[in-house]
Design a protein around this ligand. Structure first.
Ligand code: MD3
Ligand code: FE
Length: 203
């Protein structure tokens, strides 16, 4: 069931539930090649969320800025390929949300431990903001917040749980959003962790 969260934002509650085991196994295989690491922001702060990528490029951050690049800065090697079932799930979810034809070329994977958060930000490092972003939540629940096109716009809070997919496109594509500090817990599939996958078209 597709639940509109706002103009261009659609929540597919539990949509990835049946694929969760396969997604978690793929995350483990990706992280064996491209380990989770905490990036430094251009301002010099270490991010609390750990990240890795799969696909033709990966999102990275360091003192020089945010960007997509073809090699993992940790290893100097290409990022692991995006598993075909990942791309298929993202494509189907996007179509169900009204964005037919989405063909992601990268998957950014975020790993949250209790106490970590992702501050309010926009995703604007992709070449063509006409493509949507598909997000998949796995493991511990989190509170997602999203606002408007200005950082100071009021935010709405939405709980995201294991298996939820959210699709962001059109007028929602540049909405400010973030994840509140993760609460401690145990999830049967991930233990003390939350993962979020975001499927994007980088270039
Ligand atoms: C709204 N991830 O990786 S997913 C990110 O749960 C990110 O890890 C969060 O924000 C997480 O950049 C939130 C939901 C999400 C993802 C991308 C968006 C919402 C979005 C892009 C535009 C607008
Ligand atoms: Fe984001």
């Amino acid at each position: 069931a597709a639940e509109p969260l706002g103009d261009g934002a659609v929540l597919l509650r539990g949509r990835a539930g049946a694929d969760a085991g396969a997604l978690l196994a793929a995350i483990e295989a990706i992280a064996a090649v491209a380990p989770f690491r905490q990036f430094t922001t251009p301002g010099g702060r270490e991010m609390s969320v750990a990240m890795t990528n799969a696909g033709v490029a990966g999102w990275v951050s360091d003192r020089a800025g945010y960007r997509y690049q073809g090699e993992d800065p940790l290893t100097g090697r290409p990022w692991p390929a995006m598993p075909a079932p990942f791309a298929a799930l993202a494509r189907e979810a996007a179509a169900e949300a009204g964005f037919a034809g989405f063909a992601p070329d990268v998957c950014l994977i975020n790993r949250y431990r209790p106490g970590t958060k992702l501050s309010l930000h926009q995703d604007r490092d992709e070449a063509d903001l006409g493509h949507p972003i598909v997000s998949v939540s796995l493991g511990l629940p989190a509170t997602f917040q999203f606002g408007g096109l200005a950082r100071t716009d009021p935010v709405r809070k939405v709980p995201l749980v294991h298996g939820d997919i959210v699709v962001w496109g059109g007028p929602a594509r540049l909405a400010y959003h973030g994840i509140l500090t993760l609460k401690a817990g145990e999830h049967p599939a991930t233990g003390p962790l939350r993962y979020n996958l975001t499927f994007r078209r980088s270039g």
